[in-house]
Design a protein around this ligand. Structure first.
Ligand code: KDG
Ligand code: MG
Length: 408
């Protein structure tokens, strides 16, 4: 069996999804997602210019050897662009493997460990009142877990994951449009003084059962993160995400020495070599990688297995930048993984998105049910894709009030 050709499509409804389709001499094809948010053309070019020509003629069933061929063969290892491109090929090869076996992917991993995977939604509000309304909106739909972000009084701009408009409490999506980044202004002092009590008010309002998550988005220093984690302990958070920029990994020991709040890190990691220190030293409780940026199913599964050895659970990244293809790959891992924790899930199910990526995967009462179709269980409608094209976008940048650059 041979790979005969592959194509890359960039575009989608409101997002530049990077979709790979690998064709074989036996008519079976596989799909992969290489969407690197706001840098989408780069993995697309890596695939088209270098990787696709290199894999034509190879046996698609040898997904492990092809992964090693891409990774070791690149010489310059790791990095989000390369790992997203390898990840798309890897997902497509697993899709082909599942179709050949006539089995959904979770069966190839070892079957189901649970009937469905718990997901969390993003609640947001320009202020705490709006955030309460937003949480209620998701609770009413049956969600058991909600990430909560709200505007901070006196903060010059909204803050991470926060609606800019009062009353905008549903399906909040960051505006990444335009190549020149929007500037946000951050104030750590105001955040640290306001947010712990706001989180406590949320706990009081919604009771002990709701799983509450909060994302600091890399904005605190290690000492501030330790103080913040200690202050939010009575809230009983499900997790505190990205309290610091995680390059300085040993610094997280300070947080651990002062607090038992569960910590989730890893959405910007693309290799097991960024995760292993945090996992092996028990500095985190949840690993946040995604199959898109972390080299596909083959590599992400290695990270999941390493995490399992150290009682670290999964919490795969699931921002709307991931297409339904990688969300399906994660869904198959989620129902299998013995150390599954939770899945971030933002409503992708717009009619336009469903038309582009038809599938039988579904969400009900905050639980994600995986399709039993062979492979990934997602289709890609090329006729629909023809109407979309790439639109340049950028993440906002963050500065302090005096102009100092900070972390988005
Ligand atoms: O591309 C960046 C977004 O995916 C990121 O800001 C989202 O922090 C995020 C999250 O937890 O989903
Ligand atoms: Mg995050």
């Amino acid at each position: 069996m041979k790979i005969t050709d592959a194509k890359v499509f960039v575009g989608g409804p409101g997002k530049n999804y990077v979709t790979l389709k690998i064709m074989t001499d036996q008519g079976v094809y596989g799909l992969g997602d290489a969407t690197l948010n706001n840098r989408e053309t780069l993995p697309a070019a890596y695939l088209t210019d270098y990787l696709i020509p290199a894999i034509i003629g190879m046996d698609p069933r040898n997904s492990e050897d092809i992964w090693q061929y891409l990774y070791r063969g690149a010489y310059f290892r790791k990095g989000p662009i390369a790992m997203a491109a390898f990840g798309a090929i890897d997902m497509a090869l697993w899709d082909i493997k599942g179709k050949l076996a006539n089995m959904p992917l979770y069966q190839l991993f070892g079957g189901k460990s649970r009937k469905a995977a718990m997901v969390y939604a993003h609640a947001t509000g320009a202020d705490l009142d709006d955030l309460m309304t937003s949480i209620q909106f998701y609770v009413d739909q049956g969600y058991k877990a909600v990430r909560v972000q709200c505007g901070i009084p006196g903060m010059p701009t909204a803050g991470y994951g926060v609606s800019e408009t009062k009353g905008d409490v549903e399906n909040y999506i960051t505006d990444f449009s335009g190549i020149k980044p929007k500037v946000e202004i951050w104030d750590t002092g105001r955040y640290m003084r306001y947010m712990p009590d706001a989180l406590l008010q949320i706990r009081d309002r919604f009771g002990p059962d709701l799983k509450i998550l909060h994302d600091v988005h890399h904005r605190l220093t290690p000492r501030e993160a330790a103080a913040f984690a200690k202050a939010v302990e009575p809230v009983d958070l499900f997790w505190l995400e990205d309290p610091t920029p995680a390059e300085d990994q040993d610094a997280l020991k300070m947080l651990r020495q002062h607090s038992t709040v569960p910590v989730a890190i890893g959405e910007v990691f693309n290799s097991i070599w960024e995760c292993n220190n945090l996992i092996e030293q028990n500095l985190i409780d949840f690993i946040r990688v995604s199959v898109t940026y972390a080299g596909g199913i083959t590599h992400a599964k290695r990270i999941v297995d390493l995490a399992g050895l150290h009682n670290v659970r999964t919490g795969f990244h699931g921002a709307p930048s991931h297409s339904p293809i990688s969300m399906a790959a994660q869904a198959h891992l989620n129902v299998w993984a013995p150390n599954f924790g939770i899945q971030e899930y933002l409503v992708l199910g717009t009619p336009e998105c469903d038309a582009l990526f038809p599938s039988d995967h579904y969400l009900e009462n905050g639980m994600f049910y995986v399709s039993d179709a062979p492979g990934l269980g997602v289709e890609f409608n090329e006729d629909e894709a023809a109407q979309y094209s790439y639109k340049a976008g950028s993440h906002p940048i963050v500065r302090l009030e005096d102009g100092t650059m900070w972390d988005y």
